[in-house]
Design a protein around this ligand. Structure first.
Ligand SMILES: *Cc1c(COP(=O)(O)O)cnc(C)c1O
Length: 380
């Protein structure tokens, strides 16, 4: 099989996504330059309002990136050094980084083998009287067990910050029927507008969500040097703002987010169909309580085959990625920090088995077919 008529396949294709909306993006950027209000221009507040309506949450506070969003959320909660924060060991490092920087203690737990996210049972086993916060990560675009975790945290008076960097636009359905946006279920939610995220800007960007007026005011102040009004500093803060140009770009791209999610789901459905009968592979689990926005399409591959499959794909012009090859608790920087609960066998297994295929809004049907055929051919 040859790739002749298939355009170069990429993990993420930002160029073609941009070209489709180029006139509106270019005009939005030019407007910022013409007005020269590069910081705190009116587009920033407007974008926050649009996103809060989209998510149905009271407050969206934008900031410089998704890592800062986590820091702002944790600082707003007023945690004390030594307080324990429960995080999955199978995640991107940013989640734990901020915990460590604030002098808090990361407590690293295993994830569920099907959903790759934390569950009530896994959190419950890690709670001590020092536990003050749980940070569920909605990994790859699907929500963690928020109903169970929320009940548990309520009973133990533990706060929740949802790391929604990979799951903007996902919704979670509670058993009594209410449908709530990822990131607006806990006390605070955080997201990232890093270019390759599902809603990406043209640089760094992030946001914190909350329904609490008190927490929103704190996040606002902390992200702006702790000032309550100009030159009056009530809290020790940081400088973390979303540039006006990035907000202007995000205003335009938010209009297309539903369509972007739909395009990702279509690719995922095609992959699912193609791999359904391949007994060597496990396709992504679809949690009936959560929609999936497919930030990544991640297969579970037999341990002995994962790296050879990756090489086989590369030889056929198909990129693939391992998210994540090393769990948090085995990272050099995190070896002597915090606490590990249990053997983390699922996390360790996933690190050896996961493989993410190209997933973005611009994949053509023929590209997806070529990728799927090439994967299946490897096993035949
Ligand atoms: C991308 C990401 C972050 C960090 O976002 P940045 O904008 O890159 O700082 C945090 N958590 C998760 C799970 C991520 O995927």
């Amino acid at each position: 099989m040859v790739q002749s008529n298939v355009e170069q396949i990429q993990m993420v294709d930002l160029k073609n996504q941009y070209l489709k909306i180029k006139p509106s993006i270019d005009a939005a950027i030019q407007e910022c330059i013409d007005s020269t209000t590069f910081i705190k221009g009116p587009q920033v507040g407007y974008f926050e309002k649009q996103l809060s309506q989209y998510l149905n949450v009271k407050h969206v506070i934008s900031c410089a990136n998704g890592t800062d969003a986590l820091q702002l959320a944790m600082m707003a909660l007023g945690l004390e050094p030594g307080d324990e924060v429960i995080v999955p060991a199978f995640t991107y490092v940013a989640t734990a980084e901020v915990i460590a920087l604030l002098g808090l203690k990361p407590v690293m737990i295993d994830v569920d083998a099907q959903t790759f996210t934390i569950s009530r049972e896994l959190v419950e086993a890690a709670i001590t009287n020092k536990t003050k916060l749980v940070v569920p990560v909605h990994l790859f675009g699907q929500c963690a067990d928020m109903e169970g975790i929320k009940q548990l945290c309520k009973a133990h008076k533990i706060a929740i910050v949802e790391d929604t960097a990979q799951a903007i636009g996902a919704t979670y359905t509670f058993s009594q029927g209410s449908i709530i946006s990822a990131g607006t279920i806990g006390d605070l939610g955080t997201t990232s507008f890093f270019p390759s995220k599902n809603l990406g800007c043209f640089g760094d960007g992030g946001a914190v969500y909350t329904n609490s007026d008190v927490l929103a005011q704190k996040v606002n102040m902390i992200g702006n040097h702790g000032q309550i009004r100009k030159y009056q500093h009530e809290l020790i803060g940081i400088n973390s703002r979303l540039d006006t140009i990035q907000a202007a770009i995000l205003i335009e791209k938010l209009k297309h987010l539903d369509h972007y999610v739909q395009a990702r789901r279509q690719v995922a459905d095609m992959y699912d169909q193609a791999f359904y009968h391949n007994s060597a592979l496990e396709i992504p689990f679809r949690n009936p309580q959560s929609t999936h926005v497919f930030h990544q399409y991640t297969l579970k591959v037999p341990v002995a085959e994962r790296d050879t499959l990756k090489t086989h794909l590369a030889l056929k012009g198909i990129p693939s990625m391992v998210y994540y090859p090393i769990p948090l608790h085995q990272q050099k920087a995190y070896q002597n920090i915090g606490r590990v609960v249990g053997d983390l066998n699922v996390t360790l297994d996933l690190c050896n088995r996961v493989l993410s295929l190209p997933m973005h809004t611009e994949l053509s049907t023929s590209q997806v077919e070529y990728i799927a055929d090439t994967v299946n051919d490897y096993f035949s």
